[in-house]
Design a protein around this ligand. Structure first.
Ligand code: 6PG
Length: 242
């Protein structure tokens, strides 16, 4: 890893790390904002967003960023809990309140994951049909147990390479969820993983380590991504020589 711009940047086997001692949310939003700006006038981009506690401040900072072209961005979800869209546990509610309500995005460009229906398997199939063949940008988080999206250690969905969206039973509440599969992660042009806090240090180290499997640490599926970390979450990584 090498120092620069008050932070640390580094790379390993296919992955890049950006660490900012301060201003995690602003740094992550600035990076994402640049990636959510289409290069050509007629180009549209697709992004899938995650939930959890980490991305809220990032989405709020992104809503203030000037780079994204909201009228040319299709917003999807990486996972969703089987709750109504206004539930405190809903990822859609989080993204709507912190980002979508604050930017001029056409409603037709927001593709909510319908995990609140009766039949989750049917909902997964319907979302899969509407999902882009390849995401331009995929924003993921990392759980302390190593899960990403709602792909949890030991779950058969971690080995699902045919389907793109599936229903799962998570080990944490709310248990019933929809999630993208490894196929979607593998196909994304750019993966951005957001993690902050000392309690994430071990999971980050395990996900980026050269040993282990995605079944043990599903976050390893995102290894080739850009990992935006604070100094605490990055604390378990061994800095490379300058
Ligand atoms: C979710 C997620 C999940 C999340 C991690 C990290 O809906 O819970 O998409 O994969 O990114 O659990 O969550 P925190 O940011 O709360 O630690």
């Amino acid at each position: 890893m090498s120092a620069g711009h008050g932070g640390v940047a580094g790379s390993g086997a296919g992955y890049q790390i950006i660490v900012r001692p301060e201003g995690f949310a602003t740094a992550a939003a600035t990076f994402l904002g640049r990636k959510l700006r289409p290069a050509a006038p007629d180009e549209t981009l697709s992004v899938a967003l995650s939930g959890g506690t980490t991305p809220g401040p990032v989405y709020e900072a992104l809503a203030r960023a000037s780079q994204p072209r909201w009228d040319r961005l299709d917003v999807y979800f990486a996972d969703e809990r089987a709750v109504p869209p206004d539930d405190p546990e809903s990822n859609y509610r989080l993204v709507r309140e912190t980002l979508l309500d604050r930017v001029p995005i056409p409603p037709a460009r927001v593709h909510r994951m319908p995990a609140d229906g009766e039949d989750l398997d049917e909902a997964a199939l319907a979302y899969e049909r509407a999902f882009p063949p390849r995401l331009d940008v995929l924003v993921l988080g990392l759980g302390t147990d190593g899960h990403t999206a709602s792909l949890f250690p030991g779950d058969p969905a971690v080995d699902e390479w045919d389907r793109r969206i599936v229903a799962v039973e998570a080990p944490a509440e709310p248990r019933r969820r929809l999630t993208i599969t490894p196929r979607v992660i593998a196909g994304a042009h750019l993966i951005v993983v957001l993690a902050r806090g000392e309690y994430k240090m071990t999971a980050v180290r395990r996900a980026l380590s050269s040993a282990g499997t995605p079944e043990e640490v599903p976050g390893r599926l995102a290894r080739r991504g850009v990992w935006i970390l604070d100094t605490h979450a990055a604390g378990g990584l061994v800095p490379a020589r300058p």
